[in-house]
Design a protein around this ligand. Sequence first.
Ligand code: A3P
Length: 305
Amino acid sequence: MIGISKAPARSGQHGTCQRAVFLLSSPRSGSTLLRVMLAGHPSLFCPPELNLLPYLTMREREQALGSCQAAQCIDQGCDARDGLLRALMELHTATADEARDMVARWVERDMSTAEAYSELQRLASPRMLLDKSPMNAATIDTLKRAEQMFEAPLYIHLVRHPYAVIESLLRQRTDIAAAPEPERLAEKFWLVTNSNILEFLRQVGSERRHLIRYEELVSNPSCTMKALCTFLGLKFDEAVLTPYQGDRMTTGLRPHTSALGDPNFLKRSKIEPRMGEVWKQVKLHHQPAQATMHLALELQYEVSA
Ligand code: A3P
């Protein structure tokens, strides 16, 4: 991944942020849907992709991030920095320009990303912050930083069948579709991110990690979300089952645009259980790598040679 800092958190950053929740997944695993479902819970603050954890400082982040590569994102001109702006707009009841000015000041004084998280947590309090940024799983170093920066954070590992993720990436990501071996590259995204998450979570106590299968989330949302609320230490709230109701930061910075995440999210109007079955129709043109087959089986996904 481009521009991700490998350095550990600065020494002063250790454990400076309160407990937060990290929603970890490969791209195209239904993370926007889960984020928006959780955004209905009154005890959580769940903004679109913050893309803070891969960087140590706001200046580093500013230099590394740019426009998104999903087909619709290119059309809409959205940018990987927009999730933070959207969060600040919500927390300050501010316009996009006002939020941009705030972040420009943070960049100007090269504020640490730990401070940025703390500020979001202060403003969102007493709600717990949930960070859903698929970029966080790109390297284990980034994931380790969550342990250094936050007090005993909680992790949700959202998984989806590799065939469905590969098919979705090929359809949505112009950069992947234009690569010499697009299908293999898409497979690598699934493999690397899920391997990183699993390896990282092996070092984390079982009481702080929770696995969710996209296929179960969409086929049995009630059961899945009840178990998830229990894991998060929250009372179950029916609002988590109605992602298309109320204001949940699903719109972007400009009118008629979507928030950072799945650009197709607003084209649907309910949780669609049939999406959990699409992997069965996917025909790959190559034989997946052994490592992919092993990991898929470890995650109890059916894959055929
Ligand atoms: P598809 O390209 O297969 O449609 P992410 O948010 O992690 O990028 O994941 C995007 C995927 O979430 C989409 O992949 C879609 O299947 C799924 N998704 C989004 N909204 C959904 C809904 N309302 N019901 C079921 N699945 C949904």
